[in-house]
Design a protein. Structure first.
Length: 447
């Protein structure tokens, strides 16, 4: 008897505790309904969005969040909220009509058509039928999809580089093959600092074939001049062509890539390195704030004036990106691994295996300012002993950047940043530090 009495008291106490929470929850939904009735979708969204971790799964909450997000143009977020409603209430006609509208806005025409037709089959009021028929007619007319788009940009930059040739700071190196004798390095073989300036330009475009397939491509070039050490001036040209395939939340990209990197040292008669290869990448939007990706890459590397270094490079990787709520940062993390295999069997010490991680993010500070921070680590383990140094080379490379984007007006951007490179090797010749500070001015043109 005492146990039963205690259970009744505990249950009554729990009910008393839960009643205020229920009242608060209902009050939130009532306020959100009132804001939506007053056509204040932003107010309703700001009220509901912070509660997702607590209330997602409640169909009444999810429906209000979904239509508020939809009215604000947050179509992907609206889809996820309304999907939660339909998972619990599959016959909710209102939620199905709203998710159809969200799919339509996202250009997911097949999904939109399916959901609109499901609503129409449930004999809605005549005025709803008329609205649905208008959407269905628009979907039938939009068989080709969006129009082709293109973007062109030009950029100028200037800065200071503490190590323009990415070389060791030592002026002499001990060579074990010769009993550890010291050899002096020439002027281009040890660390040199200099100021620099440069220009860059590029164009990219997208041509839809149908609602799922599109052709994509781009071309970009970059030319850098050092103020004093012009033998280390560089240029870079990149061309990529391919296609994308989009289905619901998944995006597949297939790209063929060609690029040339040139160092204007008299030692080289043509491009320092040529790369020819391709990338296959998959991306999936898990929800409005989370995305995963995976990719594989191949590049055939050719060194026209050092053909002994020609190699095949293979890399595969995974990535994850997350956008925090409430104006928080957008961040990403990735991991990859691969190998670079030299084609000439007489120089196995030039080939290596690699793995690495990348992470970074950006934070919007105001309407015009965005801060960013990126970092990476890569480990390279070479395949054979270095013939002059009598050890198998091992490198640990760290890179990072920190800066701020300033957008004074649409399509203009000024970037101020610092970049750092640190390579630590068990062979002193390949150990170096490098830091850059630069400012970039960019102008975009949309077509």
């Amino acid at each position: 008897m005492k146990c039963r009495k205690l259970l009744r008291i505990a249950a009554a106490g729990l009910l008393v505790c839960l009643l205020p929470l229920s009242a608060v929850a209902d009050d939130v939904l009532d306020r959100a309904k009132a804001l939506m009735a007053a056509r204040d979708a932003n107010g309703a969204y700001q009220l509901l969005a912070p509660l997702q971790s607590e209330r997602a799964g409640d169909p009444n909450y999810d429906y209000l969040l979904g239509i508020a997000a939809l009215d604000l143009g947050r179509n992907t977020e609206a889809v996820f909220a309304l999907e939660r409603v339909l998972a619990v209430q599959p016959k909710n006609t209102k939620a199905r009509a709203e998710i159809a509208r969200a799919y339509y806005n996202l250009k997911e025409t097949e999904a939109a058509k399916r959901e609109f037709q499901n609503v129409r089959d449930q004999s809605p009021p005549e005025e709803v039928k008329i609205t649905i028929d208008r959407y269905l007619d628009a979907i039938d007319r939009a068989t080709v999809g969006p129009k082709p788009t293109a973007r062109f940009y030009v950029e100028g930059y200037a800065g200071y580089d503490t190590n323009v040739n990415s070389a060791t700071a030592d002026r002499s190196i001990a060579i074990p093959l010769f009993g550890g004798a010291l050899f002096s390095l020439g002027p281009g073989a040890y660390k040199l600092s200099d100021g620099y300036w440069g220009i860059a330009a590029g164009v990219s475009g997208r041509v839809p074939i149908n609602p799922r397939w599109a052709l994509v491509g781009g071309f970009a070039g970059n030319r850098r001049w050092n103020f004093e050490h012009d033998r280390f001036d560089t240029s870079f040209l990149d061309l990529n062509l391919g296609a994308t395939y989009k289905r619901d939340r998944d995006l597949l990209s297939f790209l063929v890539q060609l690029n040339d990197f040139t160092v204007y040292d008299p030692l080289y008669n043509s491009a320092y390195r040529e790369a020819r290869g391709g990338t296959l990448q998959w991306q999936r939007d898990l929800d409005a704030r989370n995305q995963v990706s995976a990719y594989v890459q191949y590049a055939g590397l050719t060194y026209p004036d050092q053909r002994i270094r020609n190699a095949d490079r293979y890399v595969a990787g995974l990535g994850y990106a997350h956008a925090f709520v409430g104006g928080g940062p957008t961040m990403y993390v990735g991991a990859y691994g691969g190998s670079e295999r030299v084609r000439d069997a007489s120089v196995p010490h030039l080939g290596f295996d690699l793995y690495g991680v990348r992470l970074g993010g950006e934070q919007v500070l105001s309407e015009k300012f965005t801060a960013f921070l990126n970092g990476a680590y890569e480990r390279r383990s070479y395949d054979a002993q270095e013939p002059f140094f009598l050890v198998t080379r091992r490198d640990n490379q760290f890179t990072g950047s920190l800066g701020v984007h300033f957008v004074p007006k649409r399509n203009w951007r000024i970037t101020t940043q610092v970049l750092g490179f640190v390579n630590r090797s068990n062979i002193d010749l390949f150990t170096f530090d490098r830091a850059l500070a630069e400012v970039r001015l960019r102008r975009d043109f949309d077509f």
